[in-house]
Design a protein around this ligand. Structure first.
Ligand SMILES: [Zn+2]
Length: 268
C-alpha cells in the first residue's frame, strides 16, 4: 500500500512539475497560465497532448521539437523530475520540522501542506534564477494558502500550537529579512523577505535554522560564482533559491540542523 502511494505521489509530482514549468515561464511574462496551450518557443506549434507527458516525452523526442527539431531546454524535464522527487521526499518525511514524528507512514494532515510548500519553493527558485524577482502573484497567494492550510491542520489535530508556530515563524522570517532588506536594499529585496515569511509559516521557530542554512549556502554559492567568474562583484546573485534550499533542508532535516545551530551558538 505504501508503495502504491509513493508511486502515485511521484507521478502526480511529475505532472505538477510540468505545471511548475508553465508558471516559471509565464508568470514573470504576465501571461495567463491556463490559456493558450503550451507551444514550442521556436516554431510556435502547439504541443500535442501526447508530446506533453512529463519526462517521457522529452526522452521519447530526444529533447527536440517534433515540428521544427529545435532543442527543448533540459530544464523542463529537470524541473519535472525535481518536483516528483520532492513530493516523494515529503511523503517519506511527512510532518513539519517542529511537529512530533508520526509512528507510521499514514497520510497525515501535514502531507498536503508539505507538498504545497516544496512546489512553491521550486516555482519561486526557477523564476528568481531566471528573472531575479520573486513575483507577488505567486508569493502573496502562497502565504495566504499556507496560513489557511496550517489553520486546517490545527483544526484536524485539535492543537492550536500549529497555527501559533506558523504565525511566529512568519513574523520572525519576514521581519528578520525585512529589516535586512530595509537596511541593505542592494543585497536583499522585499521579495526575499516575503519568501522568508512563507518559509516561516511552515517552519515555525526552525526558520532560524533555515535562514542560517540559506546564508551559509548563499555565501558559499556567491564565492563559487565569483571564483568561476560567472558573476562579477557587482552582479546581484538571487537569494531566493538559497532561501528555498535552506527551507527544503530544514523541512527534511530540521531536527539535526536545529541541534547544529544550537551547538554553534552555544544555546545549550
Ligand atoms: Zn518547434
Amino acid at each position: 500500500m505504501q508503495t502504491i502511494w509513493a508511486v502515485g505521489l511521484f507521478l502526480l509530482g511529475l505532472g505538477v512539475g510540468s505545471f511548475a514549468n508553465v508558471l516559471i515561464y509565464r508568470v514573470p511574462r504576465r501571461l495567463s497560465f491556463v490559456a493558450p496551450r503550451s507551444f514550442c518557443p521556436s516554431c510556435g506549434h502547439v504541443i500535442r497532448p501526447y508530446d506533453n507527458i512529463p519526462l517521457i516525452s522529452y526522452l521519447w523526442l530526444r529533447g527536440r521539437c517534433r515540428d521544427c527539431g529545435a532543442g527543448i531546454s533540459i530544464r523542463y524535464p529537470v524541473v519535472e523530475l525535481l518536483c516528483g522527487l520532492l513530493w516523494l521526499g515529503v511523503f517519506w518525511h511527512p510532518g513539519l520540522p517542529w511537529t512530533p514524528a508520526m509512528p507510521s507512514w499514514t497520510l497525515q494532515a501535514e502531507l498536503w501542506p508539505g507538498l504545497f510548500f516544496v512546489t512553491v519553493l521550486l516555482v519561486i527558485s526557477g523564476i528568481d534564477l531566471d528573472e531575479q524577482i520573486i513575483p507577488n502573484r505567486i508569493i502573496l497567494p502562497a502565504i495566504v494558502v499556507g496560513l489557511a492550510a496550517l489553520g486546517a491542520v490545527s483544526l484536524v489535530r485539535g492543537d492550536y500550537h500549529v497555527i501559533l508556530h506558523a504565525v511566529y515563524g512568519m513574523l520572525i522570517g519576514g521581519g528578520f529579512l525585512g529589516i535586512i532588506a530595509f537596511l541593505a536594499p542592494r543585497g536583499m529585496g522585499m521579495g526575499d523577505a516575503k519568501l522568508a515569511a512563507f518559509l516561516g509559516i511552515f517552519m515555525g521557530f526552525y526558520i532560524l535554522a533555515g535562514l542560517l542554512m540559506a546564508f551559509l549556502l548563499g555565501s558559499i554559492g556567491g564565492i563559487i560564482l565569483l571564483a568561476a567568474k560567472r558573476k562579477g562583484r557587482r552582479d546581484r546573485i538571487p537569494f531566493g533559491p538559497f532561501l528555498a534550499l535552506g527551507g527544503a533542508l530544514a523541512l527534511f532535516w530540521g531536527e539535526p540542523l536545529y541541534r547544529l545551530y544550537r551547538s554553534l551558538f552555544h544555546l545549550g
